[in-house]
Design a protein around this ligand. Structure first.
Ligand SMILES: [Zn+2]
Length: 439
């Protein structure tokens, strides 16, 4: 497959030429000998050979041109084009380095109209919809979203056909749409959003049946930040009472491989922060695999941490023999303030980042610093990788900022921007350091 755009354009063309031939044959059977019909057929051949190389035998020039042969031949040609498209689909399914050309909605609708006339089986039809959804992710996000949803509606076990191991036993349940929280306004400023990008969330290894297979990103017309239109209700209203997790010894540990590169990176981040504060008291919100806690302990910092997931908290507590507070950080008591506050990859997970940052402000000493990392949807990395970046597909994310969007919000909340860096932990993320505006 060389050029997907040409395929989308050529299909209606082939359809209209074959329709022409069909009509002419219907009205005059002697037409089958005319030079005109031969010319038209050879035009189709030329076009297809340019796209796909030599054609298979069943598509060879017809020995006898009559209406029945023409009808069979037309169907074979069109299905052949679809099959070639599926080969391309497979490559974009497995290969994150491909960002397909974006086609406008009218061309895709024409393609759909023709495919509807072919009586395809549900598998072929669903694969076609998935394929087309890739071609309008940014050019018509709503259409792209509807195409993925329809594909899973007509073929609930589509995941098994797409061949990814995490979808091996996945059966789509059409009720899932009713189990979503529909986010109607911008999660940052409350403004109105317009569809911006649709992503095939089902592709992600951490996708599960609570999420919709498609993720529609809305862009706020007021602050330019992005928010996910849907998020599972199940994960929206979790309230765990605060609990202190203590290390449990004599337990077999399941170790996650940690690269020393990440630890060195945390060391560099802590060293960089020394120019802004000499303080030693750290609070980390969301502990990941415990890399920062381990590095901070090595560098003789005094670190508290809060984690919402109890099993994560217990695991890291056992490993590093430290206490961890288990709760939503919003519920953290405000009786202690910190020199350094880490909010690494937190903001994109919450549907009220303003509330989260206000809480951070309260937990920070007057001369303390807040370190934030979060995806930047307009980062250099994301611009260079177009639709192929995992950021779009990530089912668990709700809010995305760009550099100005995050900095404007921080400034509005009384912070002062000190530093901006490109993350080396996560592709396409930014790292921002702020302190409280003085006076
Ligand atoms: Zn907004």
């Amino acid at each position: 497959m060389k050029d997907i755009k040409t395929i989308i354009q050529i299909l209606p063309e082939i359809y209209s030429i074959t329709k022409d031939i069909e009509n002419s044959l219907n009205s005059d059977s002697s037409y089958s000998n005319s030079d005109d019909i031969k010319l038209k057929i050879s035009m189709i051949y030329q076009n297809l050979e340019q796209l796909f190389g030599e054609l298979p035998n069943n598509l060879n020039l017809l020995n006898e041109i009559n209406i029945e042969n023409i009808l069979n031949w037309k169907n074979s040609i069109l299905i052949y084009v679809f099959k070639q498209s599926f080969e391309y689909l497979k490559s974009i399914y497995t290969n994150f380095n491909i960002s397909p050309a974006q086609i406008n909605a009218s061309e895709i609708k024409l393609f759909l109209q023709i495919s509807n006339k072919l009586n395809m089986d549900s598998t072929t039809n669903a694969l076609l919809l998935i394929f087309l959804s890739e071609l309008c992710r940014t050019s018509d996000p709503t259409l792209s979203f509807n195409l993925i949803m329809e594909a899973f509606e007509i073929k609930p076990d589509l995941g098994t056909i797409l061949g990814a191991t995490h979808l091996k036993n996945y059966i789509y349940n059409s009720e899932i749409i009713n189990q979503q929280k529909k986010i109607k306004n911008c999660t940052v400023c409350g403004g109105q959003g317009i569809p911006f990008h649709n992503a095939p969330s089902y592709k992600m290894i951490n996708y599960n049946h609570n999420f919709l297979p498609a993720k529609l990103w809305m862009k706020c017309t007021k602050c330019n930040n992005l928010y996910s239109q849907h998020f599972p209700l199940k994960f929206s209203f979790r309230k765990n009472p605060l609990k202190i997790i203590y290390p449990q010894q004599n337990q077999t540990q399941n170790l996650t491989p940690i690269s020393s590169y990440i630890l060195r990176d945390w060391c560099n981040i802590l060293q960089n922060l020394k120019q802004f504060t000499k303080g030693k008291q750290i609070l980390e919100i969301g502990i990941g695999n415990g890399e920062l806690i381990a590095t901070a302990l090595e560098m003789n910092y005094d670190i508290d941490c809060v984690e919402i997931e109890e099993d994560v908290a217990q695991k890291i507590s056992n490993l590093l023999e430290c206490q961890i507070i288990c709760c939503d950080f919003i519920d953290l008591p405000e009786n202690k303030q910190y020199d350094i506050l880490f909010m690494g990859d937190v903001l994109e997970h919450i549907d009220d980042p303003k509330k989260g940052l206000k809480k951070a402000y309260k937990l920070l000493k007057n001369d303390g610093v807040l370190w934030i990392s979060t995806p930047n949807y307009e980062s250099s990395f994301n611009k260079l990788h177009k639709t192929s970046t995992a950021l779009w597909n990530e089912p668990w994310h709700i809010t995305y900022f760009n550099k100005n969007g995050l900095e404007n919000l921080l400034t509005d909340l009384g912070f002062n921007i000190l530093d901006y860096r490109i993350s080396t932990h996560y592709n396409g993320s930014m790292e921002v350091i702020v302190n409280k505006k003085q006076g």
